[in-house]
Design a protein around this ligand. Structure first.
Ligand code: C5P
Length: 194
């Protein structure tokens, strides 16, 4: 069975939590596509060469989850050749037999527009910054500034900007519990699975 769940949305909206839970619930493979951009930036050197030569080992670096790595990722993600180098891997993953959940910024719009289920998970910048701050600590005002800057870059870039696909189910998790968001997402998948 080929079945793709595409989950897009801004940083710290809860995409990862929903993606992992859906993958476990339905027995699908899961790809956090943000990790690819984080790993490209972390490799250093020419980002286009880094994207073209990315390996599994690059994705296991311990320093990929920091705020700085996220900012660096969103800078290399504006380069069309970097994005192009990562398309085939993501598409193959999304369409693998057995089902896949892929989360990112452009999965339902650019990588896999034919995805059977598309979710756009969002929340207010304040709520997202608070969640990220609970995870990473530091100065909350700085975390908010970081979130706002990254949103602006991700939504404003020319190639595959962050936006909801026209046929995506939008989940605003600002005032929603994780359980309610998961429930809505799970229902959407069950309806499509039939
Ligand atoms: O999701 P995460 O915060 O790990 O993503 C890091 C950065 O990678 C994002 O801010 C975005 O610029 C970029 N990205 C992207 N397309 C994706 C996934 C991530 O441009 N599908």
């Amino acid at each position: 069975m080929i079945f793709t769940i595409a989950i897009d949305g801004p940083a710290a909206a809860g995409k990862g939590t929903i993606a992992r839970a859906l993958a476990a619930e339905f027995g699908f493979a899961h790809l956090d596509s943000g990790l690819l951009y984080r790993a490209v930036a972390a490799k250093g050197g020419d980002p286009i060469v880094a994207a073209q030569s990315l390996t599994e080992a690059d994705l296991t670096r311990p320093d990929l989850r920091t705020l700085a790595a996220g900012q660096a990722a969103s800078r290399v993600a504006t380069i069309p050749e970097v994005r192009a180098a990562l398309v085939a891997f993501q598409r193959r993953f999304a369409r693998q037999p057995g089902g896949a959940v892929v989360d990112g910024r452009d999965i339902g719009t650019a990588i896999c527009p034919e995805a059977e289920v598309k979710l756009y998970v969002t929340a207010s910048p304040q709520v997202r910054a608070h969640r990220r701050w609970l995870e990473l600590g530091g100065d909350e005002a700085q975390v908010l500034a970081d979130v706002v800057e990254r949103d602006k870059r991700d939504m404003g870039r020319a190639t595959a900007p962050l936006k909801a696909a026209a046929d995506a189910l939008v989940l605003d998790t600002s005032a929603m519990s994780v359980a309610d968001a998961l429930d809505a997402a799970t229902r959407a998948v069950r309806v499509r699975l039939g």
